[in-house]
Design a protein around this ligand. Sequence first.
Ligand SMILES: [Cu+2]
Length: 167
Amino acid sequence: MGGRGRAVRAIARAVARSVPLVATLVLVGAACSKSSSSSSAVTTIFVQKFRYHGMPTTLKSGVHQFLFENRESLLITHEMIPVALPAGKTAQDIISEAKTKGPDSEHEWLHIGGDFGAADTGAGVVETLYLPPGTYAIACWQTGNLGGGEGDPHAARGMVFQFTVTS
Ligand SMILES: [Cu+2]
């Protein structure tokens, strides 16, 4: 597991240096094939038109690895920040708070994996998370508009996806 952890960090550094996505995908595959753990699948999640695609609504508790890709057609920065939803809260609460309080509303939510890096159009970021059972969401509080300029945080525009982790 330690070797794999180093590989994951190496991939994260490679992504940070904006190595082309194809190379990143090959590295992810190599890291995956060496692992004997059953919880090592890499789930690809991509964003298009301010919506997350490919994120399961239910996951088993454990270590999960996600490749978050920005597949917009125009230049923009997106992020995939995993947060825990307190009892009674839903993705709609994240959207509502982002609408009324703006980008700072991000800090109202418990960040379960820290602040993962953002991805510009054409790039990807690998996120490794330990997920205990519970209710979570991924969301984006970036404020750019497609092709340039600034606007409401993307969470206010609906870029939030809720999911459940079971034991
Ligand atoms: Cu975004």
